[in-house]
Design a protein around this ligand. Structure first.
Ligand code: ADE
Length: 239
């Protein structure tokens, strides 16, 4: 299907990754064939009696490092099967910080391979020779790349046309135009003494749009002023 994306995730902990792919938007996207998601058990690409995937770091220090051979074999097997990937992405706390423009860019690719590593990392030769992008989900160290890989998959797949039931909604997300989202409410109109703002119940679409723009600006100024410089002018000029 044109616009469809294929994402392969290579991990030493496949069970940690598989289940979340079977729910909600990720499930729907696969059923609608706009995304094909594959999980590969790194151990399946290891050789030898013990199928060893990691080893102690040269030079000493704690922790284990993922060996190069199984990672090379996994990536080569995937690419032999379905062709070269557009990007081979390694999830690591020292990578480029994930944000909306990055997710938008990845969502326009056809094929991505994600490598989830141990917290002590993967052999540098994999990064030098195979990996084309290194991505961090934020300045915090997690125990492995699996949860970051899932975050990246979710951020990407929901942007692929046809993944969301309501095709307009990805475009109106917070961050899509650099601003945070406006508050949202649903029924009941009054709950424990707190009322839904009357403008949202007015049916006046221009007034609602204006209110939402104001709230978005207010919240962004308050919480994330760093996001503002290039977006404030255009929003204020159009309201
Ligand atoms: N692996 C461990 N911590 C990570 C992070 N912050 N981002 C991406 N991958 C990671």
């Amino acid at each position: 299907m044109p616009g469809a994306i294929r994402i392969d995730i290579v991990t030493a902990l496949p069970a940690l990754v598989e289940e979340p792919l079977q729910h909600s938007i990720l499930k729907r996207a696969q059923e609608a064939e706009v995304a094909t998601l594959h999980v590969h058990d790194l151990r399946g690409y290891a050789t030898g009696k013990h199928r060893q995937i990691d080893d102690r770091p040269y030079g000493g220090g704690g922790g284990m490092v993922l060996k190069p051979e199984p990672l090379f074999r996994a990536v080569e097997a995937i690419e032999e099967d379905v062709g070269a990937a557009d990007d081979i992405i390694y999830l690591t706390p020292d990578g480029d910080r994930l944000d909306q423009p990055m997710a938008n860019g990845f969502s326009m690719q056809d094929h991505l391979i994600l490598i989830a590593g141990h917290y002590k990392g993967i052999d540098q030769r994999v990064r030098d020779a195979l990996v084309s992008r290194e991505v961090s989900i934020g300045d915090v160290v997690l125990s492995g790349g699996e949860l970051p890989a899932l975050m990246l998959v979710d951020a990407i797949v929901r942007l692929v046309p046809g993944a969301l039931g309501d095709s307009a909604s990805a475009l109106t997300d917070a961050f899509q135009d650099g601003l945070l989202g406006a508050p949202v409410y649903t029924r009941p109109a009054e709950f424990r003494g707190r009322e839904v703002p009357s403008v949202l119940r007015s049916g006046d679409h221009r007034a609602i749009a204006r209110w939402r723009d104001e709230k978005r600006l207010e919240k962004t100024r308050d919480r994330r002023p760093d996001l503002l410089p290039d977006t404030t002018d255009s929003l204020e000029a159009s309201s």
